[in-house]
Write a protein that binds this ligand. Structure first.
Ligand code: PMP
Length: 424
């Protein structure tokens, strides 16, 4: 029997996905592209004003800290639990807790790491985790690592009726096993404030009402909200959707990421001091990984200070962009092309099939519009899409031009396919 090398197994897996080069570079120069792809919703990552502030802050930190911590511009040199902690990190956490109106804050190297740390460690044996079917891959990956004896179920996207059915089933299960536990293990409910692919908003108030109905039964409902796509774009000064709705006290843990509207990198988990202490002890991505370097911490602090001043103005501009996009879409897009119903900065236009959606994006890029394809399996087969991210800085002309080109690309593809069918 021929020896199967690992390389050939990898090639077989790649063929199954019909993988092309996913790490595509743009066919246009980034500086010439009109940005409809980045998660830089408020334009902070491209703000020269913010960059200048960042460089100034870096310099002053460098001068004052060289003698104290001795590693300002290098890496952080270790995990937070060893040599990687710093006064800058601790102060930033205090600032973030205060800004987001939370008891404590704990930094992670990325949103992915934070979700991995949270969901691998929080669920206790006997408890249930009920997640919206569209939550991010990092939640799934965390749950895959969690302890045995946890019941994990998904509920239909944004369908609180379905969530409620599952909740009562789990209340009954936990209560019927009550004699096994020293303490009832409770139910964790997981949502995103704004969903990363469909751009719709979680029904947080309805979920909180459900929490009230359940009360202490089975150990209660504990809500975890991933605010990755609402950080900066929702709430006063960009504090997020939970703050906008005044639900800070009702949410067990919140995740804010810095790689999107904050224009930086990293993430923070907000919650009680017990939660923080627990994660510091158990969350492996925090314990076993080198922490964020000083320049990242300073970039996050500067971006947040900038957000405090500018977010509301930028949010208004973004709202106008979204309104304009939605209005133009109705007006220009040919019938038969489906768009996802979203009122946020994340908009989707369905172009079924990985090859077709990639073709449409290549065409748009050749016309100067940076739009990226979202392919299966990231979204379900048949719902492959153009994920169009809108920004405070997109102009009316850019939007009109983009939608016109989308209409041309989709019509061209349809015509080509019809022509090749008629030749059969
Ligand atoms: N949660 C959600 C909802 C996300 O969209 C993302 C990023 N795509 C993450 C978590 C991970 O965040 P990060 O990019 O900081 O790892």
């Amino acid at each position: 029997m021929a020896r199967i090398t690992l390389d050939s197994l990898l090639s077989t897996a790649l063929n199954r996905r019909r993988s092309e080069n996913l790490l595509r570079t743009l066919v246009i120069q980034p500086q010439d592209a009109r940005d409809f792809a980045s998660n830089d919703y408020l334009g902070l990552a491209r703000s020269t004003q913010l960059h200048c502030r960042f460089l100034a802050a870096l310099n002053s930190e460098l001068e004052s800290n060289l003698q104290i911590e001795g590693k300002v511009l290098g890496g952080s040199t270790g995990s937070r639990l060893l040599s990687g902690n710093s006064a800058t990190a601790v102060n930033l956490e205090a600032f973030l807790a205060h800004f987001h109106n939370a008891e404590t804050a704990l930094l992670f190297n990325s949103g992915y790491d934070a979700n991995l740390g949270l969901f691998a460690t929080l669920p206790h044996p006997g408890s249930s985790v009920l997640y919206d079917e569209l939550v991010h891959a990092s939640v799934h990956d965390g749950l895959r690592q969690c302890r045995k004896g946890v019941v994990i179920q998904k509920w239909r996207h944004n369908n609180v009726g379905h969530l409620e059915e599952l909740v009562w089933d789990q209340v009954a299960r936990i209560e019927s096993n009550a004699s096994r536990y020293s303490q009832l293990p409770g139910i964790i409910v997981v949502v995103e404030s704004i969903y990363s692919m469909d751009g719709d908003i979680a029904p947080l108030k309805q979920i909180v009402n459900l929490m009230d109905k359940v009360g202490e039964r089975a150990g209660g409902l504990h809500l975890i909200v991933d605010e990755a796509h609402s950080t900066g774009v929702c709430g006063p000064q960009g504090r997020g959707l939970v703050c906008q709705l005044g639900l800070e006290d009702r949410v067990f843990a919140r995740l804010h990421t810095f790689g999107k509207a904050v224009g930086a990198h990293g993430a923070v988990v907000l919650g009680s001091s017990t939660l923080r202490e627990f994660l510091v002890n158990y969350a492996r991505p925090l314990v076993y990984s080198t922490s964020l370097p000083m320049h990242s911490l300073i970039a996050i602090r500067c971006a947040y200070e900038f957000m405090q001043e500018e977010a509301e103005n930028l949010q208004q501009k973004l709202t106008q962009t979204i309104k304009h996009f939605r209005a133009q879409l109705k007006f220009i897009l040919p019938s038969g092309i489906e768009s996802i119903d979203s009122l946020t900065a994340i908009q989707g236009i369905i172009v079924p099939g990985n090859k077709r959606v990639s073709q449409v994006c290549s065409y748009l890029q050749s016309k100067g519009y940076d739009v990226r394809p979202i392919r299966s399996p990231t979204v379900p087969k048949g719902s492959e899409r153009l994920r169009i991210c809108l920004h405070a800085h997109n102009s009316v002309d850019e939007i009109t031009g983009l939608i016109r080109e989308i209409a041309i690309a989709c019509t061209n593809i349809r015509d080509t396919e019809m022509a090749s069918l008629s030749k059969l």
